[in-house]
Design a protein around this ligand. Structure first.
Ligand code: ZN
Length: 192
């Protein structure tokens, strides 16, 4: 009887040392550092794998941060952590971040959303377990932007484009792409 108690206690003590079997973590996003770096409760700092957002001091950096903040701050996310390299050289976790659906299932790949929205580029770092952030998308950059709440499309530099909430941004690969989705050129910035 006593030996079983000892084994039981030993197992309980050793439990935290056993690495997680699942590569998935889940938690609430408590802080957004920039477009591609977030802090997740119970996990720590997570650098989105294989994507690069501009630094905060570079053009597009604050917009990328705002996009990530508007989508993730205070929300539950799932993370596929990179078990291949573990922490990166800055001591951050590296991983794919997924939105959590309302029913609690794993939702959209946020790494890919960030790229599709024009707030990051794909950077297929070879020293991790992921392939190009596992996004299925065109390698062509999106060049025009519209809002989910209107039917105008703009050059990203347009003053009206800058008023679009990052959450409502819709990006197009060409004017044909925009027009085929029912959007018309903005009368201020005159995209083709
Ligand atoms: Zn415009």
């Amino acid at each position: 009887m006593r030996i079983f108690t000892l084994i039981f206690v030993a197992l309980i003590l050793l439990l935290p040392l056993v690495p997680a079997l699942s590569d998935e973590a889940r938690g609430e996003v408590t802080y957004v550092t920039d477009g591609d770096t977030i802090t997740v409760e119970g996990v720590g700092v997570v650098r989105l794998a294989d994507v690069n957002s501009p630094e905060l001091t570079a053009p597009g950096g604050p917009e990328a941060k705002e996009y990530t903040r508007s989508w993730l701050l205070g929300r539950q996310v799932f993370i596929d952590l990179d078990n291949y390299t573990g922490l990166d050289r800055y001591g951050r976790n590296v991983g794919l971040v997924f939105l959590a659906n309302v029913d609690g299932t794993v939702g959209e790949n946020f790494n890919c959303m960030l790229v599709a929205a024009g707030h990051a580029t794909v950077d297929d770092v070879k020293n991790n377990e992921f392939e190009s952030a596992q996004c299925e998308m065109s390698s062509e950059p999106a060049i025009f932007v519209g809002s989910a709440k209107s039917n105008k499309y703009h050059y990203p530099e347009c003053c009206w484009a800058k008023k679009i909430s990052p959450k409502n941004e819709v990006w197009f690969l060409s004017s044909m792409d925009a027009k085929s989705k029912g959007y018309v050129p903005c009368a201020v910035c005159h995209p083709p």
